[in-house]
Structure formats: C-alpha cells, structure tokens
Design a protein around this ligand. Sequence first.
Ligand code: FMN
Length: 197
Amino acid sequence: MTEYSNTLAREIMERKSITNWTKQKCSMDVWELLLESARRAPSSWNHQPARYIILQNESNIQKLASAFHQTNKWATHAAGLIVQIADPDEDDRVAGKDYYLYDCGLAMMSLVYQAQLMGLSCRQMIGWDETLVKSLLNIPPNFRVVIITAIGYPSSSAFSQTSQELKRTLTQQHKRYGIKHISWWEQWNGEHIHDED
Ligand SMILES: Cc1cc2nc3c(=O)[nH]c(=O)nc-3n(C[C@H](O)[C@H](O)[C@H](O)COP(=O)(O)O)c2cc1C
C-alpha cells in the first residue's frame, strides 16, 4: 500500500486550465516526456490514431493564431502549442461512433496530467478555423484537427493569479455536476452512488 491509496491524485485535484504562463520554454526532455505520456495511452484495438505537431517558435505561434477565434488569442502567451490531429479512417467506427476522437482524448488527458506532474499547465481549445489550421501547418486532407493544447509554466505573479481566479469564478469554470447527478448503481436512473450533493 502506498501513501496515495484511497486519495485523489494531487494532479487531478490541482489541474486547471489556465492562460497565465511565464515566458519559460519547455526543454526537449520535457517535450519528449509529454509525447511519451500521450503515446502510452490506450486506444481501440491499439490503433493509436493521434499525431502531434508542436509549435514553440514565437513567429509560428503568432501565424497559427490567425486561425484562432478572437476569444482564444491568449494562446499566443503559451510556451508552446500542441496540435493533435488524426485520420478518422485509421480508427474504429462503430454504429456511427468515431472512436478516433475518444482515443485522441485519452492520449491528450494522459499528456495533460504528465504536464501537471512536471509543473506545467495546459489549456485545450477547439475555437479555431480547421481549414486555416490545416493549410498553415500543411496537414494532409484526410486528417482532422482534434484539439489544440496550449502549454506552459504557470505565472506566480499575484496579479495574474488573482485575475485568473476571478475569471474562473465568473465563468464558473471550477463547477462540476455532483456525483449524484452523473451516476447510478446498476441501471439508468437507479439508486445513487452518492447520497449527498
Ligand atoms: C475539448 C475542449 C475544448 C475546449 N475549448 C476551449 C476553447 O476553445 N477556449 C477556451 O478558452 N477554453 C477551452 N477549453 C477549456 C474549458 O473551458 C475548461 O476545461 C473547462 O471550463 C473546465 O475548466 P478546468 O479545465 O479549469 O477544470 C476546452 C476544453 C476542452 C476539454
């Protein structure tokens, strides 16, 4: 038994999507560990559909930002951007469900927690023009852009931390449905797993 048994992992408790990073870049070792964490994620029939394009060059980040929605321009302050892409035909499609999205999500979540463990913070985003992202990065037509994740070392400045927290509260970013709202024993709408919420 480790000291962690029956406790929520610190990385899960402390993870949050931020936009206030320092200027510090990620080292090559860090990029490799992040990609390794994504690479080890499970996928349907081990199809491993996710591919990654990493941007850390300032001017390339600025160019890509021309494809971002106005509300996502904060991403230019990140140390780097991870563009996750996949070819849907390389993964299962079951009863109309495209599993490349699920598999890509698993890989990205693994990366996000590895990042958290290393003192980095991520913010994922879907607010961009896919056609423009594909053309700016020379992505082949059969690939879809799944998610763009901004990553960096969180700023410790009191001002930026306070304004982030204020923004989080205003947008209710910290709020989650209670366990009672999302789960039941044995069947849909059965007994609740958790009595209080
Ligand atoms: C698939 C996905 C898409 C997202 N897209 C955006 C986005 O376009 N812009 C943005 O500011 N945040 C985006 N987010 C961040 C979410 O708003 C954030 O994860 C959510 O509010 C919960 O906050 P937390 O991650 O701090 O717990 C996205 C997150 C995910 C997982």
